[in-house]
Design a protein around this ligand. Structure first.
Ligand SMILES: NC(=O)c1ccc[n+]([C@@H]2O[C@H](COP(=O)([O-])OP(=O)(O)OC[C@H]3O[C@@H](n4cnc5c(N)ncnc54)[C@H](O)[C@@H]3O)[C@@H](O)[C@H]2O)c1
Length: 415
């Protein structure tokens, strides 16, 4: 099938290369010239396992020109939906992408389906995307179809997740729209749910809100256990045997970050408030998460005065396997350390480039040099941190790196 993908970030690029690998003819459109050039030169603009190889293997073209989508039967919208300063979600990129698609729809022949993959608030596809597309003079359900199919891939495992999804959610304007999308996903080894547009939108938000809740819940249990002298990880193990609870997402630590969980949670909270509902659980999940990263700094202060001390950070990415630092706990931690007058040295195997755009003045060093700091904070659970020699050091661990327990002084954030 001829497919276009609007937006070549984590989701768009992975969607594009994976669909190309499955034999579709894919065109990527992005407003970022550098990204487009990188893709056309077969250089991956993001760090993602297996992406470099697959990018070299498939036939895919990238462009900044929307007219390249003209022959497509299916057009995915995968642009970003960041939150504003006040936490409100910004749908401006989605609106702009829809406007530009509408321009091409005016001249486009034949039926095509536009599928929103960006994470959006319930109602966005019906109330924003469709009206903008219809400004083309073409009518939904007649000249074009519309779907909303949220993406659930995890950064670091994105290709594997895209190819082997836990489920495929097809929110459809009508049956013809959904049938077209199903043509692409038909052979995926996953359960399918065909539903309406706004249900698909909220399934994504509710899923991420649930995962965030599980993390904050376990962090709270961890905070209690630490004071009681109980090992939280042993508790999690005992809980996880119960398949109603499940063993995943029970790792207590310094909380969740990344481009999705905090933002999607805020999106759901914001929408609930708009309709006059106070989402007490969700608000508390977010509040707990905001405080959790700083507990690492609080624990550190018990062992080292921060002013003029050299504090070494192991890990900057919001999780291992990615170079993404969006809403990473490392940001809050570095801000707090600098505010208290500490000198910060940091190491991350992938995320230094992105982090240094936020904090150009801290020192980026090797992991061995981090070990020479007055105290060490473990912020991301990269596997390689399990091979370091912590003997004689002061280590405050936010991610339960077992080897670090050999340190002269070791404290876990909530164990
Ligand atoms: N990153 C993830 O793990 C993940 C997982 C599931 C869902 N999502 C959701 O998918 C969406 C995209 O996320 P992402 O992480 O890929 O974002 P991203 O910021 O990495 O990429 C978005 C891309 O869209 C491009 N863009 C913006 N406006 C455009 C326009 N008008 N036309 C063409 N391109 C345009 C940007 O230049 C950028 O390259 C978001 O809604 C996000 O919440 C992300």
């Amino acid at each position: 099938m001829r497919i276009s993908v609007i937006g070549s970030g984590y989701v768009g690029l992975i969607t594009g290369v994976c669909l190309a690998k499955l034999g579709n003819k894919v065109t990527l459109v992005d407003i970022d010239k550098e990204k487009v050039e990188a893709v056309n030169n077969r250089i991956s603009p993001i760090c993602e396992e297996g992406l470099r190889e697959i990018l070299r293997e498939v036939s895919i073209e990238a462009s900044t020109e929307y007219q390249r989508i003209m022959g497509s039967e299916l057009i995915f919208i995968c642009v970003g939906t960041p939150s504003n300063e006040d936490g409100a979600i910004s749908l401006e990129y989605v609106a702009k992408a829809a406007e530009q698609i509408a321009e091409t729809l005016k001249r486009k022949e034949g039926y095509c389906v536009i599928c929103v993959k960006s994470t959006v608030t319930p109602g966005t596809t019906e109330e924003l995307v469709i009206p903008v597309l219809e400004k083309s003079g073409r009518r939904v359900g007649i000249d074009f179809g519309v779907c909303m199919s949220p993406e659930f891939l995890r950064e670091g495992k994105a290709i594997r997740d895209f190819m082997n999804p836990a489920r495929v959610i097809i929110g459809e304007y009508d049956k013809s729209s959904g049938d077209k999308l199903l043509d692409v996903y038909r052979d995926f080894p996953a359960p399918f749910l065909r539903t309406n547009l706004r249900t698909a939108e909220i399934i994504k938000l509710a899923s991420n809100a649930f995962l965030a809740t599980k993390i904050s819940f376990m962090n709270e249990i961890g905070n209690i256990c630490k004071q009681l002298g109980i090992d939280t990880y042993e508790v999690a193990k005992g809980m996880g045997f119960d398949d109603r609870i499940g063993s995943k997402f029970l790792n207590a630590g310094i909380g969740f970050g990344g481009s999705c969980l905090p933002k999607d949670l805020k999106m759901l909270i914001g929408r609930a408030r708009e309709i006059g509902y106070e989402p007490a659980v969700l608000e508390e999940v977010l509040k707990l998460n905001e405080a959790q990263a700083l507990k690492l700094v609080e624990a550190l202060k018990k062992h080292v005065p921060l002013k003029n001390s050299v504090i070494g950070l192991l890990g900057l990415a919001f999780k291992p396997g990615t170079d993404d630092v969006r809403s990473s706990s490392a940001i809050k931690i570095v801000e707090a350390l600098l505010q208290e007058g500490a000198l910060v040295k940091a190491y991350d195997p992938l995320a230094v480039k992105n982090f240094s755009k936020l904090f150009p003045r801290i020192e980026y060093v090797t992991k061995e040099e981090v070990l020479n700091s007055d105290a060490i904070l473990i912020v991301t659970e990269w596997e390689e941190f399990n091979n370091l020699d912590y003997r004689g050091k002061i280590v405050i661990d936010g991610r339960r790196v077992l080897k670090a327990k050999e340190a002269r002084i070791y404290e876990g954030v909530c164990w």
